[in-house]
Design a protein around this ligand. Structure first.
Ligand SMILES: [Zn+2]
Length: 74
């Protein structure tokens, strides 16, 4: 399971162990709550779980779903 979330408090990234502030986006990966991992945008980009997309002049971040990651996108 993967889902993009927005931090509403202090959330720690399991990749770089940085604390994310209010309003920062992050990705949750895991089968259930017991093995969830939280990754900040920088870690997602590094691991190929997300990409920046330019839409109508506005930069947005897209988190890849499980299906997208399995696709030969790179
Ligand atoms: Zn991180």
């Amino acid at each position: 399971m993967r889902r993009g979330c927005i931090s509403i408090g202090i959330t720690q990234c399991d990749g770089c162990h940085r604390y994310l502030g209010y309003g920062e986006r992050y990705l949750v990966i895991g089968e259930d709550e017991s093995n969830e991992r939280r990754l900040c945008v920088a870690c997602c980009l590094k691991q190929g779980n997300a990409s920046y997309k330019n839409e109508e002049g506005k930069e947005t971040i897209t988190f890849f779903s499980q299906e997208d990651v399995q696709a030969p996108w790179h």
